[in-house]
Design a protein. Structure first.
Length: 364
């Protein structure tokens, strides 16, 4: 009789908790919980949300009479550690120490590995796993040079969905993920343009640190000399400057909002300035796609537009008209993060995929 591998999938968003129960990589139950903004605001730090998030998982298990002791793995999205290879990793104390510290980022996805690890303690044999974490870094050696020796380039993008959607595209084409050469363009809260070759993200931006096009509230790449002068102008301390480039910049700075629907309404009502700002964002994105085409030596199977803003015709059209000469532009709507977590766990449990063991670089 075939072994049935049972897995709980956890994915924390800013105000949502996505949960699923899978058997042999098939979704049996799936749910998305939206947490009241007031509850989130009561938590002063991301780590303070631990109880709220863990209770949501436990309530799901109780409601559907799922016994944790029957699980083979609990797979979670996250967390932010020092740069690591893509693939599936076993969550351990060393990984949790880095995610809890906030040194590598303070996204709520950091809670996923923590909750998964603690829930596994309540089981007989379940393994806590994570796949393609936000700090997945698979860049080629040449891509790491920044021009300042003290600051090598690193990757920080939505690796889980970026690779999952590229893998999905390969499946639709009847090809192996490792055999496609694509440029993936994540059009979400941030914009991340990634070159994928041989199943790896061989060049990608550090989106949280300000690389790439400007986006909802991030500045993207800016003239570095003037940025240095602004840092020493006396207007900002360190925290204020970081918030200025990642929180107060981009569309928020130019238009006072990050609500794409509201901005599109302005454009439809004849607001020429809003139109120009949006066109500039698309222009910068297209220019970044052009740069990534050189990484792939001009051999590009497709340009994949993914993320929430890939549902906006204005944005898709303005990007497409500038890059369609490079390769076919394919819009992939939705996201496949839960599917990627399920697949990673299933293949790890069946031996089809290596389970990486996290060891901090300073103690290797």
């Amino acid at each position: 009789m075939e072994k049935i591998y049972k897995v709980i999938i956890i994915n924390f968003g800013s105000t949502s908790t996505k949960i699923a129960y899978c058997e042999n990589n098939k979704f049996v139950l799936r749910e998305s919980i939206t947490h009241p903004v007031e509850k989130i605001k009561e938590c002063k730090t991301v780590n303070d949300q631990y109880g709220l998030r863990k209770e949501a998982i436990e309530e799901f298990l109780r409601e559907h009479s799922i016994d944790l002791k029957d699980m083979d793995a609990i797979a979670a999205r996250g967390g932010q550690t020092e740069p690591i290879e893509g693939g599936t990793w076993q969550i351990n104390e060393a990984m949790l120490k880095q995610t809890k510290s906030g040194e590598y980022g303070n996204h709520v996805c950091n809670l996923g590995p923590w909750v998964a690890y603690d829930l596994c303690k309540e089981t007989d044999h379940a393994i806590p796993l994570t796949t393609d974490t936000p700090t997945t870094d698979e860049m080629d050696a040449l891509a790491r040079y920044s021009g300042l020796k003290e600051i090598p380039r690193v990757s920080c993008v939505q690796a889980l969905n970026t690779k999952a959607m590229a893998r999905y595209y390969a499946e639709q084409c009847g090809k192996k993920f490792e055999d496609i050469r694509v440029i993936s363009v994540m059009l979400g809260g941030g914009i991340g343009v990634v070159a994928i070759r041989d199943g790896r993200m061989v060049d990608a931006p550090d989106g949280l640190e300000g690389e790439g096009p400007f986006s909802n509230n991030r500045c993207g790449t800016v003239p570095v000399g003037r940025l240095v002068k602004l840092c020493y102008s006396g207007k900002y301390d360190l925290k204020g400057m970081i918030r200025h480039i990642n929180g107060e910049a981009g569309l928020m700075a130019y238009l006072g909002t990050t609500d794409i629907r509201a901005i599109m309404e302005r454009i439809e009502n004849g607001d020429e300035y809003s139109k120009e700002v949006m066109e500039a964002m698309c222009y910068q994105t297209a220019k970044e796609i052009g740069a990534m085409s050189t990484v792939l030596m001009g051999k590009v199977d497709a340009i994949l537009l993914i993320g929430g803003m890939a549902n906006v015709p204005f944005i898709v059209d303005h990007i497409t008209e500038r890059v369609q000469h490079l390769a076919p532009v394919v819009v992939l709507k939705g996201e496949r993060e839960m599917e990627a977590l399920s697949l990673g766990a299933y293949e790890a449990l069946t031996g089809a995929r290596e389970i990486h063991q996290f060891v901090p670089k300073e103690v290797e």
